[in-house]
Design a protein around this ligand. Structure first.
Ligand SMILES: NC(=O)c1ccc[n+]([C@@H]2O[C@H](COP(=O)([O-])OP(=O)(O)OC[C@H]3O[C@@H](n4cnc5c(N)ncnc54)[C@H](OP(=O)(O)O)[C@@H]3O)[C@@H](O)[C@H]2O)c1
Length: 310
């Protein structure tokens, strides 16, 4: 099978307002794809669209909350009506939260499943009839290494990403021979605004970890690989990803031990320490691709006029 080119493809990216989604939209534009940008923060989607256009690309902005199935279907409808087809759909929108399981509320647990799992399920339901009619298409899920190696202090996140990963594998097998492919990318820790603006309870993530994190552009490249290489399936990212896979499979007791050490200092009954997060509502912070280990509302976002008080 030969390598494909995404030039001219219509590609929907959910969660394109910041982080990995924005990096992916720009990488796709650089390769000549026509991107459809979906998320809740329209002002940021429009900023991404202007950056795409500055690179000579074409972008369509469609506001969407992925937990509302009708809105996800609206994205697919708008893309097909305005661009004529959908060649690929990237299920990237997602939220991260850190909390001991016993302190996690039912509302928080459900919300993680609704955004990270159901948001992608709605995406697949919306786009599959279109891809079936075309006889071709690629769906890519941004899963996580937590899909395979569950994180302590992150039971809701790990459950949502394990569910997403199983969903993607199941779908790929069902679609075998249909002309529609499914790829999944499994990043470890990525230096995005999302990483630094997640809901955290009982502990604080040190910004000193920033140099150890993966680049959002590395994730974007893996997404391109899923689109352009018909053999691509699930891509664990970087040396961190491969190490996590090997240890998870060969030394699970060591992983239990390490996980226990990570969880021990987290204070039970601790209070929320994140000043703002995007679990339920779009965040006022996190405007750009990178978190850079600092408050990303200090990051310069090209083309975005700053509002008073931000
Ligand atoms: N950063 C990491 O370490 C890491 C590691 C592994 C996997 N991932 C995954 O990578 C994906 C992107 O995360 P990121 O790190 O790039 O964080 P990010 O910068 O916060 O991006 C998250 C994106 O998801 C969107 N989103 C959140 N809730 C949404 C909702 N209800 N409806 C529509 N869009 C929603 C956000 O846009 P709006 O707020 O504008 O809606 C934003 O564009 C997520 O699925 C995450 O789980 C990240």
């Amino acid at each position: 099978m030969t390598q494909e080119s995404v030039r001219g493809w219509v590609v929907v990216v959910t969660g394109a307002s910041s982080g990995i989604g924005k990096a992916t939209a720009l990488a796709l534009a650089d390769r000549g794809a026509r991107v459809v940008l979906a998320a809740r923060r329209v002002e940021l989607l429009e900023a991404t669209a202007r950056e795409v256009e500055d690179r000579g690309g074409e972008a369509l902005v469609v506001p969407c909350d992925v937990t509302v199935r009708a809105q996800v279907e609206g994205v697919a409808r708008a893309a097909e009506e305005r661009r004529g087809r959908i060649d690929a759909w990237i299920n990237n929108a997602g939220v991260i939260a850190w909390s001991l399981f016993e302190d996690t509320t039912e509302e928080e647990f459900r919300r993680m499943l609704e955004v990270n799992l159901m948001g992608s399920v709605y995406g697949a339901w919306a786009v599959l009839p279109i891809m079936r009619r075309q006889g071709s298409g690629v769906i890519v899920n941004i899963a996580s290494m937590a899909s395979l190696v569950a994180l302590p202090v992150g039971s809701a996140y790990s459950s949502s990403k394990a569910g997403l990963f199983a969903f993607g594998d199941s779908l790929r097998r069902e679609l075998k021979g249909s002309g529609i492919r499914v790829g999944q990318v499994l990043p470890v820790g990525v230096n995005t605004a999302g990483f630094f603006h997640q809901r955290t309870r009982g502990f604080g993530l040190s910004k000193k970890v920033a140099p150890l994190l993966q680049d959002p552009e590395t994730v974007a490249k893996a997404v391109l690989r899923c689109l352009e290489n018909p053999w691509a399936r699930n891509i664990p990212l970087g040396i961190q990803g491969k190490a996590a896979l090997v240890f998870g499979a060969l030394a699970p007791r060591l992983v239990d031990l390490f996980g226990g050490l990570v969880a021990r200092p987290v204070q039970k009954g601790g209070r929320l320490t994140s000043p703002m997060d995007n679990l339920f509502e779009p965040s006022e912070a996190g405007h750009d691709i990178r978190g850079s280990g600092r408050r990303s509302d200090e990051d310069p976002t090209p083309h975005l006029a700053r509002r008073e008080g931000r």
